[in-house]
Design a protein around this ligand. Structure first.
Ligand code: HEM
Length: 410
């Protein structure tokens, strides 16, 4: 990939040979190609660490790491790399809240996780299995005789919203509203839409938090309202409660729908993998882990808070570092045949993050994806892509396509 001479908008200390202008995953980028086919392996022609002048929202530049090893080091190095103020949402409402626990650092972050981890433990999430399976079954029953669906629009978007509403104790009738909000928050066409949607979600969540104070129930919001996060028994503040609810909302919806969609694209293009998993459902959990590696879709950021060096390169205070799980997942130094799907690889991937901020919802996410695949493959015969359909994929943040048309014989 081409590197360019240093121009405006690039800090003086950045060596010109480390500047990359044609990074495909910058803010606002989209493609009509399947990004996993060659775009990610293309990034691995760059230096280990490189600087992209217009990487993030507002044209802000930043560093990109492409080595799994470096990503792990930065995820664990909260002395030099902070998570504070790494999302744009709080500033849109002019409030003092933060997206939590994502936008916090240890030691406060550790206190937050002590409260949140048990709420999403494997045991607790397993107890939701029957409901999750019923939701998946209802969708599949609804479209199996049609012989053709938009997998994303008719299934993958809504299914995790149903589970989320269940978990948070919110009415199932809100599915459409949440669907609209998710789209607007994560892929808004303009800033006005983003600001309006953020305000609406914040007002709605604040209302639900107030309600749980008066009407406690068996749900995650009530557990937050009743939580004590330190030895002195401090309850969560209003801003912290909002931050938690907001983080679960933005963290747990698009991610699952996106990953499911890439997994089903792969199955539609690879009949032998599809048949193998249909006839051996016990192989689905391992397959999902490999799919999570090869179709890793999430990129978040860190901000440097204390000058440091990575592979001899100086990173200065205030500079952003992109943590792209998609790129780390194809690092040729970390993986044997990185671009190949090896269903029983059992990879130790970074697709749910690593270190203190490791995804809170990963057990739930794995169960949702597993159950969705089991139910779909059990009910739907051999399926394929509808020919001639172009998928447009948003490449920044969560790498999300806009459609996945599947068809099968009925
Ligand atoms: C396939 C689905 C999912 C993927 C790929 C995914 C990915 C990630 C990643 C990469 C991080 C780390 C971000 C960072 O360190 O900058 C993260 C954190 C987080 N995720 Fe997930 N996630 C998924 C599902 C979920 C679900 C279902 C929930 C909750 C219902 C959830 C809630 C969170 C929260 C709250 C954090 C912040 C954790 C912290 O800061 O300590 N995620 N996720």
């Amino acid at each position: 990939m081409a590197t360019s001479p240093v121009l405006d908008n690039i800090p003086n200390h950045v060596p010109p040979e480390l500047v990359v202008r044609d990074f495909p995953f910058s803010f606002g980028a989209t493609t009509d190609q399947i990004p996993f086919d060659s775009m990610i392996s293309g990034v691995h022609a760059n230096p280990d660490i490189f600087y992209v002048p217009e990487l993030a929202a507002g044209g802000e530049g930043g560093w990109v790491l492409r080595r799994d090893e470096d990503m792990r080091a930065v995820y664990n190095d909260y002395e030099h790399f902070s998570n504070r103020d790494t999302t744009p949402f709080p500033q849109f409402t002019g409030g003092t809240w933060r997206v939590l626990p994502l936008e916090s650092d240890p030691p406060l972050h550790s206190a937050y996780r002590r409260f949140l981890n048990p709420v999403f433990s494997p045991k607790v999430t397993q107890a939701l299995d029957a409901k999750i399976r019923q939701y998946a079954r209802d969708y599949v029953e609804g479209f199996k005789d049609s012989g053709r669906i938009d997998f994303l629009q008719q299934f993958a978007f809504e299914f995790p919203i149903k589970v989320f509403l269940e978990l948070m104790g919110l009415p199932q009738g809100q599915v459409k509203q949440f669907l609209d909000w998710t789209g607007e928050l994560l892929h808004a066409p303009d800033v006005e839409t983003l600001v309006r949607a953020t305000r609406e979600v914040v007002d709605y969540l604040r209302g639900e938090i107030e309600d749980r104070k008066i009407n406690p129930r068996d749900d995650v919001i009530t557990r937050g309202v009743q939580a004590k996060i330190d030895k002195e028994g401090r309850p969560l503040t209003e801003d912290e409660l909002l931050g938690f609810c907001f983080n679960l909302f933005v963290g747990g919806l698009d991610t699952i729908s996106t990953n499911l969609t890439w997994q089903f694209l792969h199955l539609a293009r690879n009949a032998e993998h599809q048949e193998l998993l249909r006839s051996n459902p016990a192989k689905i959990p391992d397959a999902i882990d490999e799919f999570m590696r090869i179709f890793a879709s999430v990129m978040t950021f860190r901000v440097c808070v204390k000058e440091t060096k990575l592979r001899g390169i100086t990173i200065k205070v205030g500079e952003k570092v992109a943590m792209s799980t998609s790129i780390a997942a194809r690092d040729p130094a970390a993986w044997d045949r990185p671009d190949e799907v090896i269903l029983d690889r059992k990879p130790r991937h970074l697709s749910f993050g690593y270190g203190p901020h490791l995804c809170v919802g990963m057990y739930l996410a794995r169960r949702e994806m597993k159950i969705a695949m089991e139910e779909f493959l059990a009910a739907i015969p051999s399926f394929r892509l509808v020919p001639g359909v172009t998928m447009i994929t948003a490449l920044h943040g969560v790498m999300q396509p806009d459609t996945l048309m599947l068809e099968w014989d009925v």
